[in-house]
Design a protein around this ligand. Structure first.
Ligand SMILES: Cc1cc2nc3c(=O)[nH]c(=O)nc-3n(C[C@H](O)[C@H](O)[C@H](O)COP(=O)(O)OP(=O)(O)OC[C@H]3O[C@@H](n4cnc5c(N)ncnc54)[C@H](O)[C@@H]3O)c2cc1C
Ligand code: FES
Ligand code: FES
Length: 478
């Protein structure tokens, strides 16, 4: 029997770190189908650990400048491929102009996966259940692709060709997504049904309506997880366009949408349920979009400027062979460390086995439990999905670094003890690291904020009441 080991990454590969888009494209073209782009790794590293993918070369785009951030040129909004799902969820421009995309990103998995996962990776893995794809499709977004022959643009609607397959040819890199200017009188909604809060969709739905008095001037509906690729429901749109908005028209459009999809039975849902829920989501989404299209418009936030630079200053191209070990320098909890690692070593294993910092726990190994949560350069990271070579030069904070040098516990640790929230040694470190990040991002969270932020930190023993109380109880002290 073949048993997948999700603790380590058994597969060996060369690790490449280009310093420009051109260099990345050269490498991808040179190694063709044997190479894969590595962005946040929340999909690729999981697939490799599950031994569903075995690329010979990983081309990390983590240090390529110009791939991150949101800018506006000639009215079109450009989102760099490496922009994180979390920053899209929180960005004022995206929330105001493309709220369906912001809602799609908010519905996305756990906080940790939102922080690590990128827009380019969400399209690059070509999952039929992608949350951003239906939202991008209803806005008429285009993918900007750079390859050996230059740059080409493909509508996101045509980007997907089958489960796990996109129009990207070997040698091509998705560099950005561009959205046309928002149309006046537009309202939209994103709705998702999944098994648990932080999961891929059973069905997701994106709806945009343009309202002209009591008539529908334009309509776009797209669904995920209901066909081999994200699907635009053109027949349902035709039922709505030009019609007076009414219960009959909405019900008919929703019925047509549920007939237009091509769902299957799988681990997440049945085809029958997917049809039923598509009808319900289309109906609810249309009403929500219509109300929003008629709501008074708020003043727009300032137009975002140039994309932000790369996360770390570029350096020379790195090529670490699969059989090579290299020295990686890290600052861990304020102390400089040097460790020798192979390309397939994970940060989790380096922390636990090489630096003996066993506070960071191994739970699932595939991004689902958040027991391995640490901070990398101030951002949440699931250390079970991070290659140690990719964080060379970074600052890492683990639970051992929360207390002061004098041994005084962090206010969150004090609060966890005070509220009896220290429920088990396995989950608490990850919860503390997530809670610290929460209070940095939202200094005065509501209970709902706390529950939402911590939804990826799984507890199977007691529940979350004491944990939520402990985080809330700490807000005045941090
Ligand atoms: C626990 C868990 C929950 C998840 N929940 C959701 C969810 O709710 N909704 C959802 O939509 N997804 C979900 N995902 C899937 C995944 O997190 C997203 O698809 C994420 O956006 C991937 O981004 P990444 O940067 O981590 O991609 P990576 O893992 O780095 O890459 C994914 C794929 O895209 C390719 N790729 C990456 N960037 C580029 C690029 N610029 N050009 C060309 N190819 C590229 C890679 O080669 C790889 O094949 C979940 C994953 C996990 C582990
Ligand atoms: S061990 Fe990393 S998310 Fe579960
Ligand atoms: S806190 Fe660890 S299982 Fe509940």
């Amino acid at each position: 029997m073949h048993i997948t080991n999700t603790h380590i990454l058994v597969h060996e590969f060369d690790y490449l770190e280009p310093t420009s888009v051109e260099e990345a494209v050269d490498l991808l073209a040179r190694y063709g189908p044997e190479a894969r782009v590595l962005a946040g790794g929340t999909d690729l590293i999981v697939q490799m650990k599950m031994e569903r993918l075995a690329p010979q070369y990983l081309v990390s785009i983590g240090r390529v400048p110009g791939l991150e951030g949101i800018s506006v040129q000639d009215g079109r909004t450009r989102i760099g491929a490496r922009t994180s799902i979390r920053s899209l969820r929180n960005d004022p421009w995206v929330r105001a102009c493309y709220p369906v995309l912001a809602e799609a990103c908010a519905s996305f998995s756990t906080t940790q996966v939102q922080v690590m996962g990128t827009l380019g990776g969400n399209l690059g893995n070509a999952s039929p259940a992608s949350d951003t794809a239906p939202a991008l499709i209803v806005y008429g977004a285009e993918a900007v692709v750079q390859g050996p022959k230059g740059t080409r643009r493909v509508s996101v609607e045509e980007f997907f060709v089958g489960p796990g397959r996109s129009v990207l040819e070997p040698g091509e890199l998705l560099t950005a997504v561009e959205l046309p200017p928002p149309r006046p009188g537009t309202g939209g909604a994103f709705l998702k049904v999944s098994r648990v809060a932080a999961d891929l969709a059973k069905v997701n739905a994106a709806v945009v309506l343009v309202r002209d008095g009591d008539r529908v001037a334009d309509a776009r509906l797209a669904f995920g997880a209901v066909a081999p690729t994200p699907l635009r429901a053109r027949k349902a749109e035709a039922v709505l366009i030009g019609q007076r908005f009414s219960e009959e028209v909405v019900a008919e459009a929703a019925r047509i949408a549920s007939e237009e999809i091509r769902p299957i039975d799988d681990v997440r849902s049945s085809a029958w349920y997917r049809r039923e829920i598509t009808r319900v989501l289309a109906y609810d989404g249309l009403y929500r979009a219509w109300e929003r299209a008629g709501a008074p418009t708020e003043p727009l936030p300032p137009v975002p400027g140039a994309p932000s630079p790369a996360v770390a200053p570029p350096r020379a191209l790195r090529h670490i062979r699969a059989d090579q070990e290299v020295e990686v320098r890290l600052t861990v909890n304020g102390e400089r460390q040097r460790v020798w690692v192979a390309p397939n070593e994970l940060l989790l294993n380096v922390l636990r086995e090489k630096l003996h910092l066993t506070g960071t726990k191994y739970g699932c190994g595939i991004g689902e439990c958040s027991a391995c949560t640490v901070h990398v350069d101030g951002r949440l990271a699931l250390s079970c999905l991070v290659l140690a070579v990719a964080v060379d030069g970074s600052e890492i904070l683990t639970v051992e670094g929360l207390a002061g040098r004098d041994g005084k516990l962090h206010p969150l640790q004090e609060s966890f003890i005070r509220h009896a929230a220290f429920q088990c040694g396995y989950c608490t470190p990850g919860m503390l690291m997530t809670a610290k990040s929460l209070l940095e991002e939202i200094p005065h969270p509501t209970e709902e904020d706390v529950r939402d932020y911590l939804k990826g930190n799984l507890c199977r023993c007691t529940g979350y009441a004491a944990i939520v109380r402990a985080v809330m109880g700490c807000t005045k002290q941090t």
